[in-house]
Design a protein around this ligand. Structure first.
Ligand SMILES: [Cu+2]
Length: 377
């Protein structure tokens, strides 16, 4: 058998490449028509259905199905803070669920569902398949064409068919990834509708402030709850806070995020939300939470000594509950008065904290240069 024959005989791995192309085709068709995906049983939705048997979820559905008047139980303000049974999207421990502990938290926004689908159904299978395929090819070449088994190496320099295939197949794979990827990116940067509720989030060293310009411009200061108190209330220590950011559920929110002193980052994993809080800058992002509940996050930009102790707790409640909560805040207004609220401007941002050396005559400012030290030419 000539070397040319050996080379040609083993070109049957082209068949494998063709199979790859066939595999990619249905995925490509799905990507081209995102609507068709809705009919496909989505693992995320399936888990939600499985969870329906869970009494916590049933409580949520009950809350969603009823009007604000019947939900309210506290006669004084009409607002009752959600209890620990309404905590959503927490990480799971490896002992409870090994696979669940390695993946993302359950998602409670449409964008989160899309992003999780992108990761679980599109990216991970493609990455796994390509990695195994390349590993297989490598092993095949190492074993089959080792010096002992194949003492005279082939002098084959090129093969047009293979070259065309190994150019076109990766291009097709990239197109399959690009279509849902770019549409997801565009969705995440879509501006909120004009009537969206605005909430301004300010990162401070080391706590969060939530200002409600549409509801009387009051600010809620949110600090981490003491560990003993959190445990006593059956809330997760280091995530529980004294004052939560209360928002209406199912409505688009316009979150404007800024920093008062240094860069922080406002992030809630189960809402697929992360935005940097930069001093002197107003970063805006839309958020629509699908289910009532308590969602925990943390500052995700190393911001100083107590960076690890500035958790975020968002409490999503039905509109009526939210309005009752607003009325209970100092200066909180709902409805007509909210129309008059001045739009938020850059000048309302908290002043920047200057480094000590920037202040004239400060102890750390140092002395002005006394002699000319500029280089001479
Ligand atoms: Cu921070």
């Amino acid at each position: 058998m000539t070397l040319g024959e050996i080379a040609r005989k083993h070109l049957n791995f082209l068949g494998i490449m063709a199979a790859l192309g066939l595999l990619a085709a249905p995925v490509s068709a799905m990507a081209a028509n995102p609507q068709s995906l809705e009919g496909v049983p989505n693992p995320i939705e399936m888990t939600a259905e499985e969870n329906a048997a869970d009494p916590t979820i049933s409580a949520v559905e009950a809350a969603e199905g009823t009007t604000g008047e019947t939900v309210t139980t506290d006669a004084a303000s009409g607002y009752t803070p959600l209890g620990p049974d309404m905590i959503k999207g927490q990480p799971v421990s490896a002992e409870d669920d090994l696979l669940g502990s390695m993946t993302f938290q359950p998602q409670f926004t449409d964008i989160g569902d899309d992003a999780l689908f992108m990761h679980d159904i599109i990216l991970m299978p493609i990455i796994t398949f390509i990695s195994l395929f390349v590993l297989g090819l490598l092993l095949w070449v190492i074993v089959k064409y080792r010096r002992k088994a194949n003492p005279v190496p082939s002098k084959t320099s090129h093969n047009t068919l293979i070259e065309v295939i190994w150019t076109i197949v990766p291009v097709l794979i990239l197109v399959v990834i690009a279509v849902p990827s770019i549409s997801l990116l565009a969705k995440q940067y879509k501006s909120p509708p004009e009537d969206a509720l605005t909430i301004k989030v300010t990162g401070y060293q080391w706590y969060w402030g939530y200002t409600y310009p549409d509801n009387g411009d009051f600010e809620v200061i949110s600090n981490m709850m003491d560990e003993g108190e959190a445990l006593a209330k059956n809330l997760p220590p280091q995530l529980a806070v004294d004052n939560r950011m209360v928002v209406p559920v199912g409505e688009p929110l316009r979150l404007q995020i800024s920093g008062a002193d240094v860069i922080h980052s406002f992030a809630i994993p189960s809402l697929w939300f992360k935005m940097d809080a930069v001093p002197g800058r107003l970063n805006e992002k839309t958020l629509t939470i699908k289910e009532p509940g308590i969602y925990y996050g943390q500052c995700m930009e190393l911001c100083g000594a107590r960076h690890g102790y500035m958790p975020i707790a968002i409490e999503a409640v039905p509109r009526a509950q939210f309005e009752a909560w607003v009325r209970g805040q100092p200066g909180g207004t709902v409805g007509e008065a909210a129309e008059d609220a001045a739009p938020i401007t850059e000048t309302e941002l908290p002043g920047l904290q200057q480094p000590e050396s920037a202040v004239e005559d400060a102890p750390g400012a140092g002395l002005p240069p006394t002699e000319d030290t500029s280089p001479t030419t």
